[in-house]
Design a protein around this ligand. Structure first.
Ligand code: G3P
Length: 217
């Protein structure tokens, strides 16, 4: 399963990319609004750092404007993926952009029918928001299970990109269900490095080694 970082912070993305665990990145207007720099400069820099698919989202709401904006986003870098919201206009824009060879990530997906319609108009990715479903007592991972099953049944090339990830268990569940990508906030990826038994084990190894070296002196 590919791991993307869900962030507009160049500092966070740079440190994670340096570890070699990142295959791409996703952004959204809220994440980019937190940063000071020009959003297009940030997207260009993220492409340089991750050398993989980077999603940049349109803010237009009418299909023709989304298509115009999407073509501009695609020109930022060869790695750019255009993100459009799942609305009627978003579906129309996805169809047009995909027909022009532009990769589209249809976002704000909360049902299997939304994912199916996005796949039918040529979306390269669909982004179901598991955390926001969990927030309203709806099992977000059950949606992933449904979408993976449907896409496998009909061999849709559309990739399932698990979004709105809140904790490492979402990553484990996504991988076990066979999702293609999981996009995670930097804090969740940081959590994946932590395990108390690893810390305790390493400490004992080093202590034993040190003791042995001292005993030899
Ligand atoms: O970028 C899309 C999504 O991952 C944001 O999710 O719920 O953390 O705002 P959330």
């Amino acid at each position: 399963m590919k791991l993307f970082v869900d962030s507009g912070s160049l500092k966070d993305i740079e440190s994670l990319a340096a570890l070699g665990i990142i295959d791409g990145a996703t952004t959204n207007p809220s994440l980019l609004a937190k940063e000071q720099k020009d959003p297009r400069e940030i997207l260009k820099e993220i492409c340089r750092l991750v050398q993989g698919p980077v999603s940049g989202e349109v803010v237009a709401t009418k299909a023709d404007d989304m298509v115009r904006e999407g073509r501009e986003i695609a020109k930022i870098d060869q790695h750019m993926v255009v993100k459009v919201p799942f609305t009627r206009d978003g579906v129309r824009a996805c169809r047009t952009l995909a027909s022009e060879g532009i990769k589209v990530n249809v976002t704000l997906i909360f049902s299997a029918t939304q994912a199916l319609l996005a796949a039918k108009v040529g979306a390269a990715y669909v982004s179901p928001f598991v955390g926001r479903l969990d927030d309203i007592a709806t099992d977000g991972m059950h949606l992933i299970e449904e979408i993976v099953e449907i896409f496998d049944n009909y061999e849709f090339p559309t990739q399932v990109l698990v979004a709105s990830v809140r904790h490492p268990i979402h990553i484990v569940q996504a991988a076990r269900l066979g999702a293609d990508v999981c996009t995670c906030p930097p804090a969740v990826l940081d959590q994946c490095f932590k395990h108390p038994l690893t810390d305790i084990g390493l400490e004992k190894f080093l202590k034993d080694w040190e003791k042995a070296q001292t005993a030899k002196v």
